[in-house]
Design a protein around this ligand. Sequence first.
Ligand code: P6P
Length: 359
Amino acid sequence: HAAEANRTDLMTITRFVLNEQSKYPESRGDFTILLSNIVLGCKFVCTAVNKPLGSPLQDLTTKSYFDHSTRQVLPNSLDLLERPMFRQGEEQKKLDVLSNDVFVKALISSGRTCILVSEEDELATFVEPSKRGRYAVVFDPLDGSSNIDCGVSIGTIFGIYMVKDSIEPTLDEVLQPGKNMLAAGYCMYGSSCTFVLSTGAGVNGFTLDPSLGEFILTHPDIKIPKKGKIYSVNEGNAKNWDGPTAKYVERCKFPKDGSSPKSLRYIGSMVADVHRTLLYGGIFLYPADKKSPNGKLRVLYEVFPMSFLMEQAGGQAFTGKQRALDLVPNDIHERSPIFLGSYEDVEEVKALYAAEDKK
Ligand code: P6P
């Protein structure tokens, strides 16, 4: 009966968040509405990413479909990306631009946001007054999108701040340290569609059940192992690394204490590398190097959300100088070096940087 009860007692992401929000009597469900719009965006991207380009999308059930963007009934034989909603004039939209459009529209229509920062948009979006809400959302709609054509997992990464002044919001509302985030998460588009979320009370993973169109709780209360056997870095940048990073990676490969070397796993798609680190343990690093003194990854919508999740899962995140979540960004697209993952692995990096500072 227990198995049967479980099968019919569907813990969807919406129900899960409503349960969590019920602990805060003052919450008026705004966060749940905001999150459901982020989830909608992820479901759309999941569909778009998983439809192979150029393949006929013959939907066996109907020969035609209603196209919302032109309000026409059109033949279903049109390839997904041939459909008007994907085309802007003759220029077919790239998936990352399309994904950005979907998230921006979903977030604005939620009526719960007042500022949006996207990797795709140079400037922040200030929502029109009639649609403003209490939240600011920072996001990368399709991180790692250069990997689409070879089938590598990619993802959406987001962070959520509560703003102080939603009437006349300013950019200061998002130039806040990551520790001020209310929530953060990512959605990974891989063999399955996995949504990982923290609202500040631990980390939970949900998997999209395509037959239901719902994200179901599959990874409750994720905790990262205290120490791992994997390091994840682009070794191709080794000649440009600073001393502590070079020393740490050397130790991973030639441990002094007689332990076995760590394995190297590097996918080159942050969501995939971080998801593996979260579940298996180990360390993911994108350090500074001579070419990029601030590293490559963006503070607001890559470093902060992943660091937030790591801390919530019992791990930690370090920039080479400080706790990542303490960083105060000065620009919405600022970059930072990042070392994140298992608590003890990151401690080793911190010790090497501390020793360097003492020199
Ligand atoms: P590199 C993808 O382009 C990305 O922004 C992250 O998803 C990924 O972790 C990183 O860049 C990979 O960068 O320089 O190793 O190819």
